[in-house]
Design a protein around this ligand. Sequence first.
Ligand SMILES: *[C@@H]1O[C@H](CO)[C@@H](O)[C@H](O)[C@H]1NC(C)=O
Ligand SMILES: *[C@@H]1O[C@H](CO)[C@@H](O)[C@H](O)[C@H]1NC(C)=O
Ligand SMILES: *[C@@H]1O[C@H](CO)[C@@H](O)[C@H](O)[C@H]1NC(C)=O
Length: 273
Amino acid sequence: MMEYIGATGAPVTFDPVPIQEGIDFHFILGFAIDANISGNAQNGKFSPYWAETLTPDSVAAIKARHSNVKVLASLAGWSLQDKVIRWYDPTDPHLWISNAFSSLKSLETTYHLDGIDIDYEIFHTQSNYTTFAFCIGELITLLKNQSVISIATIAPYHLTVVPYIELFKDYNNVIDYVNHQFYTDKVLTPLLYLDDYKIRAVQFDKNKLLPSYEVNGRGIQGHAFFATLSLLEQNGFQVNGVMIYSADASIAAANNFYYERKSQDFLLNTTHV
Ligand SMILES: *[C@@H]1O[C@H](CO)[C@@H](O)[C@H](O)[C@H]1NC(C)=O
Ligand SMILES: *[C@@H]1O[C@H](CO)[C@@H](O)[C@H](O)[C@H]1NC(C)=O
Ligand SMILES: *[C@@H]1O[C@H](CO)[C@@H](O)[C@H](O)[C@H]1NC(C)=O
């Protein structure tokens, strides 16, 4: 289970989110950004911009309470206040990787984190993205090699699959899960979701791909999402997890975390796998 948290800036906490035994539950903090507070790139020096309520102590506390919880920092996201965050090609890729490694090592240690998620969403062009795969792939490799992180995920969406396919092709050995943002594909029925899933499963790896859901957002909504999970399994896909965007929306929706509960019920129900 993967759930983004902290990206809206609302004072959210981990505490109300239901976490079931027997599920590897990953909170993904949105976002750590290679930018200063004015939104200017810092050559690989990442700073935390998730909700200030998600403190190092609160991460330690939720992990102490649930041994099955892991917490990741997601890199980049869409924007910092009104400044959009783009992938830019650093003039010295090795320096960028070194800066990113040091700043993320410090962040992972301070916040007791277990991994990173890659969520760069804006590229200069779709066909000429140059150093993204190299910089990010080498960064993940180094963070894993030095045991700074144990898990790495990527979050492509339909307009960014090209650079992410290149990253995944060269570095899939250090990438654990693909949190494809199916909701941005805006498929509204289980059958269309299945068709889309088949495409993403070929672009990435069907065993690492996770179906995803945006609470009160784009794409398939409500019970149809769970019908989709069953349909995926009937078509030979093993549903190894679910990504939900986001805890902030579920807290605001005050629906008693319907999608989080039902997703975990689905994943724990072994009668259909
Ligand atoms: C942000 O970075 C830019 C460029 O590095 C710099 O000119 C600016 O003063 C910085 N702003 C803050 C608030 O540190
Ligand atoms: C880190 O990289 C070195 C050199 O390639 C390798 O020998 C070592 O086994 C790696 N360690 C881990 C934990 O991956
Ligand atoms: C588990 O899945 C099966 C098959 O889809 C379903 O019939 C059953 O009701 C589910 N059990 C629970 C506890 O959700």
